[in-house]
Design a protein. Structure first.
Length: 257
């Protein structure tokens, strides 16, 4: 990986006429050649936080993060850096960026010239829309009803919305997720859900495994078909382990059938 100084100023090659012409640096060649495999998700109207994180990390890792800033705000610490060098690098990065943008979004930036202009325009456009989307998704999560769904189906719906909220750049508190799960239980679990809700301690990602085990015991004691229980417990286990709804719980806190 190149440093910021070496990446922002490309090497020079001597032409046969003896005139120095800018050459693309190895770091820039690497980014251009591997952009599609390193930025796994193309930008769509729904995944700007995910896409922007990938793209920003790629440029930072290869020394090009200054191209995401206005050039007037970037201090030029390399006295040998020339405008032509910067322009060639910038145009290549802008082209690479556009190759990771879906046809639905590309018309908004296709007329822009610099990497910074494209980046800034996308940030301005999607940050406000993402806030609205998060509000909408959290409202859906709040109003989600189990109705005729099985426990497994209901948990899947909750997880799907939580994942969409995460993709939009926000999150849901682990305690809130547990409340949504408790709300899905039928009336015969009312006394149990009340005992969980009235616990004196605040539920966090560190102590949420115990109430999850209580849910497991309650379901096993009830007359619930084994496949449904298994799916429920596995979903809760995944949540506690950090790969589902609830993240950050240590592996030894996983629930086991």
């Amino acid at each position: 990986m190149a440093t910021s100084a070496s990446a922002s100023s490309s090497a020079h090659a001597t032409a046969s006429s003896g005139v120095l012409t800018p050459a693309i640096s190895p770091a820039l060649k690497f980014v251009i050649s591997n952009i599609k495999s390193l930025v796994l998700f193309s930008l769509t109207p729904d995944n700007f936080p995910l896409w922007s994180t990938q793209f920003a990390k790629l440029l930072k890792a290869n020394g090009f993060s200054t191209f995401l800033e206005s050039r007037s705000s970037v201090e030029n610490t390399d006295p040998n850096q020339e405008t032509q060098d910067w322009s060639i690098t910038d145009q290549n990065l802008a082209t690479a960026m556009c190759s990771t943008i879906s046809p639905e979004v590309l018309p908004y930036v296709i007329h822009l010239e610099s990497t910074y202009e494209i980046w800034s325009t996308l940030n301005t456009r999607f940050q406000s829309s993402n806030r609205s989307k998060v509000i909408q998704l959290k409202n859906e999560l709040h109003n989600l009803s189990m109705q005729s769904l099985s426990m497994s189906q209901y948990l899947t719906e909750i997880k799907k919305i939580v994942d969409q909220i995460s993709a939009a750049g926000s999150s849901v508190d682990p305690e809130d997720i547990l409340i949504y799960i408790l709300n899905s239980l039928p009336l015969e679990y009312q006394s149990f859900t009340t005992s969980i809700r009235t616990r004196p301690e605040i539920l966090t990602k560190e102590n949420i495994a115990e109430p999850m085990r209580d849910i497991r015991r309650a379901l096993l004691e009830a007359d619930v078909s084994l496949p449904v229980v298994r799916r429920f417990v596995q979903s809760v286990s995944d949540q506690a382990a950090g790969v589902g709804l609830i993240r950050g719980v240590k592996p030894d806190q996983q629930l086991v059938m």
